[in-house]
Write a protein that binds this ligand. Structure first.
Ligand SMILES: *Cc1c(COP(=O)(O)O)cnc(C)c1O
Length: 501
């Protein structure tokens, strides 16, 4: 059938042949299940060869190629060259491993294609149920709000925005940070905090210069005396201490600030108490580790990620705000087409678009809901305990291996160490690059006390003792090979010099 201008009367993108589409779907699902089931047999990571890179410079096709052909391309050019964090020997940065459950839930969410900006439908109820579960878990009141976001970077950003607006009043939304009080706001975080806290100050219009960096003690926790002094000094100078970001699980070593003590200081200073618990807050699911978070129940806001220790596929960040009304007042805006009805689809009390900068939002809640319900709090707690035990095992290996040196205390599941040798910074950076390229294991690097460290963040539920052992063996092997390689040219140079003289 054609309409007046002669074009086809349908632009339906659904399959013409559903039986064939089902078969294609089963094939794709099987293939990805195989990929995950056999992840151990593959290298952790493979660099993209030039022809693979070149493939992504092809122009947009005019004619459709069909699902089979595109899936074939995915299997050849994309699947083998991903980050590798599904792999049990991926220990770089702070990446979760994902689960089959999360993957399947993500597929269901995509099928529903729900928009979680607002309106009255069950997906909103799912997100709100998770808000309730986390209120209970952290001991926050019923008035506390929660919102799925991309990650803790955005969650920390939202906390700064809400705290800023609470400190300055609603006028700031119209006038910006222009008042004397606005310019006097000061925030505090430790030297071990994630860089997104400074970025949040920047993007909130307060400036990174308004963020005081408080030193840390030997265990990488915020120095509380220094915090108190900095706040008092600022106040004496007419400035307004308004926000403190404590960290529960620092990126470099996994240290947890004394949350209860920071809460007390904030209370006395009338400042907002925020916890960046990006990965560490999930320790709340572990019976043996939850007490490390004591004081988190006093937080004005908490940022964390389900996509790290929670193993939910990317992305699934979360922010909670004790004063839900203040949270809503920061973002809600009247718009005719977003009007709320007393009945019908445009009803509903909670519209997530009132709690963050996003209007259209995907159904991140579903993969998280499936994960929390499938494994239970106990299952997630077991992952926390298991990865912390592996970190202790790694610490033990390092301490009993003369070629290796531990560079920071092991608080949770992150271990910083290095191969001992001359020019250790360069050699250890080489070791990490070679490890990644070899596909044996993928730790990352950081700096601890000015020294370059090999950093193993053990986040993946698939990681086992043997994986940790393999990492240590590979580091020793690559370390000695690198030292030899460096010595060899010198020996050669000495011989040439000797011959020349
Ligand atoms: C990972 C992390 C962040 C950033 O979170 P994203 O989810 O990557 O945006 C912030 N703070 C800490 C402590 C982190 O570990």
């Amino acid at each position: 059938m054609t309409i007046a201008d002669g074009s086809a009367s349908t632009a339906d993108l659904d399959p013409a042949d559903w039986a064939q589409a089902r078969a294609q779907g089963h094939k794709m699902l099987d293939s990805m299940m195989d990929f995950i089931e056999n992840v151990r047999d593959r290298p952790v990571w493979e660099p993209m060869p030039p022809e693979v890179r070149a493939h992504f410079r092809e122009t947009l096709p005019d004619a459709g190629q069909g699902l089979d052909a595109v899936f074939e391309e995915f299997s050849t050019f994309i699947q083998p060259y991903s980050t590798g964090n599904v792999h049990p020997r991926f220990m770089g940065w702070v990446h979760g491993g994902g689960t089959v459950t999360g993957m399947l839930a993500e597929m269901l969410a995509a099928g529903l294609n729900a928009n979680l900006g607002g309106r009255d439908h069950a997906p909103i109820a799912v997100e709100q149920q998770i808000v309730q579960w986390l209120r209970d878990r952290f001991g926050l009141p019923d008035a506390a709000s929660g919102l799925f976001v991309t990650g803790s970077s955005m969650a920390n950003q939202i906390a700064v925005w809400v705290a800023r607006n609470k400190a300055l009043g609603p006028d700031v939304r119209e006038n910006g940070v222009t008042t004397e009080r606005g310019l006097a706001l000061r925030a505090y975080t430790s030297a071990a905090a994630h860089c997104c806290v400074a970025q949040a100050m920047d993007l909130a219009g307060l400036g990174t210069a308004a963020l005081r960096i408080i030193p840390v003690d030997d265990s990488h926790r915020m120095d509380l005396r220094a915090l108190q002094q900095a706040m008092e000094t600022d106040r004496r100078e007419g400035l307004v201490p308004f926000f403190v970001a404590a960290t529960a699980g620092t990126v470099d070593v996994g240290a947890i600030d004394d949350l209860d003590a920071v809460a007390t200081i904030c209370r006395a200073q009338n400042a907002w108490f925020h916890v960046d618990g990006a990965f560490g807050a999930l320790a709340a699911f572990s019976e043996s580790k939850a007490s490390l978070l004591a004081g988190i129940e006093r937080a004005d806001s908490i940022a964390f990620d389900f996509h790290k220790w929670g193993q939910v596929p990317y992305d699934a960040g979360f922010v909670m705000v004790r004063d839900g009304a203040a949270h809503r007042a920061t973002f809600s805006a009247p718009a005719n087409y977003l009007g709320r009805a007393s009945r019908g689809l445009a009803g509903g009390d909670i519209w997530p678009c009132d709690f963050g900068p996003d209007l259209s939002r995907g159904f991140r809640a579903l993969k998280t809901w499936f994960t929390l319900k499938t494994y239970g709090a106990t299952g997630l707690g077991a992952v926390v305990d298991h990865t912390c035990r592996l970190a202790s095992h790694l610490q033990g290996l390092i301490e009993s291996t003369p070629q290796l040196e531990l560079l920071a205390p092991v608080a949770l599941n992150i271990v910083c160490f290095r191969y001992i040798c001359a020019d250790a910074d360069r050699v250890n950076a080489e070791i990490v690059m070679s490890l990644q390229e070899s596909g044996i294991a993928a730790p990352s690097t950081t700096r601890v006390g000015g020294k370059l460290a090999i950093r193993a963040a053990i986040m993946n539920h698939r990681t086992r003792l043997e994986d940790v052992d393999a990492l240590v063996q590979a580091v020793i092997m690559l370390g000695s090979a690198e030292v030899e390689r460096r010595v060899a040219p010198t020996v050669e140079a000495t011989r040439i010099l000797a011959e020349a003289s």
